[in-house]
Design a protein around this ligand. Sequence first.
Ligand SMILES: Cc1cc2nc3c(=O)[nH]c(=O)nc-3n(C[C@H](O)[C@H](O)[C@H](O)COP(=O)(O)O)c2cc1C
Length: 197
Amino acid sequence: MPRIDLSSSELLRVIARRRSIRRFTRKPLSLMEVSLLLWSGYGCVDEFCERRTVPSAGATYPLDLYLVAYPGGVTGLSPGIYRYDGYKNGLWLVRMGDFRREMYRACLDQSWVRDSRVNIVITVVPERTTSWYGERGIRYIYMEAGHSGQNIYLVATLLGLGTVTVGAFYDDMIRDLIGLPSNNMVLYVMPIGYPRG
Ligand SMILES: Cc1cc2nc3c(=O)[nH]c(=O)nc-3n(C[C@H](O)[C@H](O)[C@H](O)COP(=O)(O)O)c2cc1C
């Protein structure tokens, strides 16, 4: 096959540069950076939000993304938990507060979850997809979280930020922290900040 020429495309360079980052500086993110990260993860790409930035089985879109912003994590945003609204590309406050300790504990004491500036939490309401596809819909929801997580990885890389997909956590602790009903699943926690070292 022909040699890959990374100089031909920014997208190819971003794909090649993507790495899991677990050490962060204290520099806050801007609201524009948060907006780009969440939009790439699950934003809408048409006026009526019929399609999003990621593929979805039957366009059922089972995911919900949450932002956990730490104190001083995002310039102009109070610390707390927010639900991402893809229709408006906006944030709805769920709970105000500093949840660094709770997130760290819930993620088996992984320090990057505590020392990041924000975490994006990818959750899913399986019934949105399984009501159409039955049991097979279960495999689809995991695939879709992967699409969303990869977009966030790539846009973080593009912006000079770092992130890592964390899959090891106590489901109930994250669910309770966000206030999700028991039929929702938490699939990924993604700590994000400017890379250190
Ligand atoms: C499903 C999944 C779960 C993961 N869970 C964790 C985790 O709990 N903690 C962590 O630090 N990294 C986690 N990772 C990141 C991997 O360790 C990382 O992707 C791998 O070492 C390859 O490195 P790279 O992403 O820099 O290419 C996870 C990755 C995937 C795909």
